[in-house]
Design a protein around this ligand. Structure first.
Ligand code: PLP
Length: 393
């Protein structure tokens, strides 16, 4: 199923498990989002921004290198070429227009890799709205250039100093702020959180597969791809790449999680494989937790995949067998990112490099058409790549 039921459930996953004080905020959004998204002038304004501001449609690029190496025809959906360097701008632009139509005057957000913070700060600057971005202290150090970009864009970056000082702590801080400042609009960056966020973000990212519906036939001569591959942190680029193919059973959906140092190493973010059902950030989904229900700190070399949960849509797609999930370790992702840089001149985000690294593990038929969602560009990860290559050390 590509959309949840009225209570926000995809099968047994999803819903809105929020403290009573947040209930009015969430209920207001639930009541309004579909109606506003359907308005002709909303769609017109969004399409105009996606086109003239974000640079859409993003190209579908045939990779001769990947095709020769792994078989069939392999295409890259170039979300890395969007303004701000990743798919996250699609969602930020949609939600900021929604916030404006709901009469909201302040934007708050959480960020891990900093990409969602940058996308949100960008959209807030565009709309002239004040913006606070909550970010774990550890992530602020790992992603210093994105912190600088957010400040340059006029956003206030608020350090989350509790717990592991990464994305989940930033999310907790943002929710706490929202409880105390219910007039703010909370701009969530992935298909996570209480209903309606997973559905809202999936619908806004669905532009990725909407474009593929035209680009795949135009490039390949066939109506449908055989495989669509995307990495999963919370799951928004995957939700967008899968969306219009979910009800096409011939299209294989392949989700790639961060295995970190290995699934059995204790340092991993392979949520769907290591996780069990619980409630995280207002949603019932698969998450990594111990026997007492305490969240286990996730680990990945990629800050954008370093999240202990997975969106409810993906929990459902994976547990129902509609999507297959793989995990890719740090070193495999690094090698895949270096290879794409050296052979195609495309420097992928470490998150996207996880999706590329699954190609050798897939059973690719010579006739297959495979689309890999290249969710973002790797400039932010340059130092990590250089350290891996022992360049400049
Ligand atoms: C944030 C991010 C991701 C992970 O987020 P999803 O919601 O799972 O898409 C993946 N790739 C890039 C480049 C990102 O910035």
């Amino acid at each position: 199923m590509k959309n949840p039921d009225e209570q926000g459930f995809y099968g047994e996953y999803g819903g809105a498990f929020v403290p009573e004080m947040l209930y009015p905020n969430v209920a207001e959004l639930q009541a309004k989002y579909l109606e506003i998204l359907a308005q002709a002038d909303f769609q017109q304004e969004l399409q105009q921004l996606l086109h003239a501001y974000a640079g859409r449609p993003s190209p579908l690029y045939y990779s001769g290198y990947l095709s020769a190496k792994y078989g069939g025809k392999i295409y890259l959906k170039r979300e890395d070429l969007n303004h701000t360097g990743a798919h996250k701008i699609n969602n930020a632009l949609g939600q900021i227009l929604l916030a404006a139509r709901m009469g909201k005057q302040e934007i708050i957000a959480e960020t891990g890799a900093g990409q969602h913070g940058v996308a949100t700060a960008t959209a807030a600057a565009l709309m002239g709205m004040p913006c606070k971005v909550f970010m774990g202290e550890v992530d602020m150090a790992r992603q210093a250039p994105n912190v600088a970009r957010m400040r340059m864009l006029g956003a206030e970056v608020v350090a989350a100093t509790s717990g592991s000082r990464t994305l989940k702590d930033a999310t907790n801080e943002a929710i706490r702020y929202w409880i105390n400042n219910p007039e703010a609009y909370y701009l969530i960056g992935s298909v996570v959180g209480p209903h309606p966020y997973p559905d809202l973000v999936a619908r806004l990212q669905a532009v990725i597969s909407a474009e593929l519906l035209e680009q795949v036939p135009a490039h390949s001569g066939r109506p449908l791809p055989d495989k669509v591959v995307a990495c999963i942190g919370g799951g928004s680029n995957a939700a967008g790449a899968f969306y219009h193919y979910i009800e096409q059973p011939d299209v294989q959906l392949i989700a790639v999680e961060a295995g970190g140092k290995g699934i059995a190493s204790g340092q991993s973010a392979a949520t769907s494989q290591l996780g069990s059902i619980g409630i995280i950030h207002g949603s019932r989904t698969l998450l990594m937790q111990d026997a007492d229900g305490q969240i286990i700190e996730p680990y990945s070399i990629s800050a954008g995949l370093d999240y202990p949960g997975i969106g409810p849509m993906h929990a459902h797609l994976i547990s129902s067998g509609r999507a297959q999930v793989y995990s890719i370790n740090d070193d495999q992702a690094l090698a895949a990112g270096v290879a794409l840089s050296r052979h195609e001149g495309i420097l992928p985000a470490l998150e996207s490099a996880h999706a590329l690294a699954v190609l050798p593990e897939l059973d690719i038929h010579p006739d297959d058409i495979t689309v890999v969602c290249l969710s973002g560009r790797g400039d932010k990860d340059l130092q990590t790549y250089l350290d891996y290559l022992h360049i400049n050390d």
